[in-house]
Write a protein that binds this ligand. Sequence first.
Ligand code: NAI
Length: 644
Amino acid sequence: MTAKHWKLDTDRDNIVWLSVDKADSSTNTLSADVVAEFSAILDEMRSPKPRALIIRSGKRSGFVAGADIEEFTRISSTQEALAIVRRGWDVMNKLAAMPFPTLALISGYCMGGGLELALACRYRIAVDQPGTRFALPEVMLGILPGWGGVMRLPRVVGPSAALDMMLTGRSVDARRARLMGLVDASVPERIMENSARMMALEAPARHRLALLQSLTNTPLLRPLVASMARKQLAARARREHYPAPYAIVDLWQKYDGDPFAPPAGDPASMATLVEGETARNLIRIFRLQERMKSLGKESDFEARHVHVIGAGVMGSDIAAWCAMRGLTVTLQDQNAKALAPAMKRAGALFKRRLRDKRRIRDASDRLIPDVAGDGVRRADVIIEAIFENLEIKRALFAKLHAAAKPGAILATNTSSLKLADIGTALADPSRLVGIHFFNPVAQMQLVEIVSGANTDGQAAKDAAAFVRQIDKLPLHAKDSPGFLVNRVLGPYLDQALRLVDQGMAPETIDAAMTQFGMPMGPIELADTVGLDICMHAGQALAGGNAEPPKRLAHLVTAGSLGKKSGRGYYTWRDGKAQKGAAGAVTEELIQRLIAPYLKEAQAVVAEGIVADADLADAGLIFGTGFAPFTGGPLRYLSAKTAPR
Ligand code: NAI
């Protein structure tokens, strides 16, 4: 047969090398036609039989990114969803039953259906390089790995490691995959083909689980492991909000991962999941995330050198993040003393995130302290993150503008000042753009790209491309107080803090909002952000016209600024708020607390602060953690008023 998406070569040892190379696409996904061709190729291989089959990718970008999510978003019935599950399930079973050695040679990402394909092979070899990553991220879309993942992963790595991967969607790199037994070998790129050939020819005994691990996969011990997993899940996500992780545990425990075994209506069934609102909303968020990523493709701007001015809370983390993402970074502050803690923090971040010694060293080498500001002349992007003071910022930009090279992005990280006001200090204000990061930089994916009245459209597009380059999610916003995220959070926090003034316990308020699905309650959030920053932001948003909440003002005057000073609305110990018991949470309280948030989200869309309601939803989910299962505040509102 002639295949469009697969390439077949038989070598002199009669090993078939099968490369997946999806036509007209930069990424391999297992769409209907890719799977159909694969199935036909496997059928043809039954006779004459090859000595072995090695499956690899024909693309440099990676192995297989997963099923085709676009197909999933187009389905209009449960039957169509189940048909997608059926064809993947069947083909993986066919692959697993091939009567000769099969091996997946994996370099780059190997996600979802891609990993399920690899798991259906007898052997797996990973190429040890930074981009090689394995994950079953279906849970993040509110569905489950229905192409054999729930059945095979526990058999290969043991139930507890498998559940951890499936319930969090977390990825593991080549070395970790080797350690946990997910792959049989992890090898450098230059020997990958030889290693695969040797293993296919030698056909060693299959990797076996240690006795204890295989015992936990028996019907006798599964209920115990499952009940532990459910307990851990309950602490993180409620079943009515996020049914998929619970379904995964059930499907493994009761049906050995066979997605067609649960009867209709069983919560472990794929049908129940795809019929629910959560999967629909999570898939929508996935697509919105892709849309935000595409905002970075409107320019081919590419930065090599970033200069950050101000090595405080934000500047130091922005600089470290950029260095970690491969850019050369110069970091400037008023004196060397101010830079020392920033370099130390950066070192800790590299250690935590990169782990590998050589990569940590390389990132540290790329981050250069620069008191004299020599980097300004060479930088492609200059990010200002100094004190929130208009006159100081204006003075700085006047100097920067003269020194920067033509075409460099001039960016401010200001939270509350108007770009237009800073811009008047520049001979050419069209080059000034806001690149507004959130705290903590390493954790927050969203970055607002703020255009002032004079900002050139191209500068904003270049800034979005830069934000993608450092692997964050850009969102264009207008130069209006609080932009998107702080504007919406402001009234929500303000009301919560005023309820404390009226005598309501912070614990009760926080419990109400976590029950709603927020990752953190508003009082704990205020303590985490810093009460001085909250007060300042609140005043800026209210245009200086409102009295701050009483307790807030009192705490700030007393120097109790929240988490960073160990005391705020809560006492903080070891980075954790020490909470007492919460009072009763009613639906009325929940609705009262969330109302200002929802109202402001509507206002932001009406005023055109962001392009449309979809992007506002995405921005608020990635910037404030608004309960993802709802699909975002505006989607939540429309579902409430017009249920499907
Ligand atoms: P910070 O007070 O922690 O750090 C400011 C740093 O700038 C200090 O190290 C100071 O020595 C340095 N600096 C001041 N003037 C300078 C000058 N002329 N040249 C060189 N360095 C100078 O401030 P933070 O919190 O990092 O805020 C910085 C900017 O980021 C502000 O515009 C703020 O609105 C914004 N921002 C802050 C967030 C936060 O949560 N802290 C979140 C998002 C934005």
